[in-house]
Design a protein. Structure first.
Length: 70
């Protein structure tokens, strides 16, 4: 039982020490500066502003192929 308590205390100490270590590469403050990707809010705003345009098909043979011609 004593060995279990000592190993649990050592594991807890290791976790606390690892979580308090400073990062070598700090996270960027601006979300768009790191990867060049827009934020989630910007993508949602763009999706709400303009929907997909309605596409008219002039040639329906691609959608509904007819019978084979000899």
């Amino acid at each position: 039982m004593k060995l279990l308590m000592i190993s649990a205390l050592a594991a807890l100490t290791a976790v606390v020490a690892a979580s308090n270590m400073p990062r070598l590469h700090p996270l960027p403050m601006n979300s768009t500066s790191g990867a060049g990707m827009p934020s989630v809010q910007e993508m949602q705003r763009q999706a709400q502003q303009g929907g997909l345009p309605v596409q008219e098909l002039a040639d329906r043979s691609l959608v509904f192929p007819g019978g084979t011609q000899p």
